[in-house]
Design a binder for this molecule. Structure first.
Ligand code: FES
Length: 71
């Protein structure tokens, strides 16, 4: 389990844990960092298309206390 503090993105924390985590723009445009959401509510940010069960980890945040993603 990874905890994401308010001043960092989920992508930053994921990259600390696994430097091979894929990403590109880090601005929510390209969709490279998109992951499947298994549980929780996401505050969708960014402009790359996201279904309700997807998350752009470079910009989107958790709406619920916890979001479970499939990586
Ligand atoms: S890295 Fe491009 S949308 Fe996240």
């Amino acid at each position: 389990m990874l905890s994401v503090p308010a001043n960092r993105t989920a992508l930053d924390v994921m990259r600390d844990s696994d430097p091979t985590t894929t990403y590109s723009c880090q601005q929510g445009f390209c969709g490279t960092c998109k992951v499947k959401v298994l549980a929780g509510q996401v505050d969708h940010r960014g402009r790359a298309g996201q279904a309700d069960d997807e998350m752009l980890v470079c910009v989107s945040r958790a709406k619920s206390g916890r979001v479970v993603i499939d990586v």
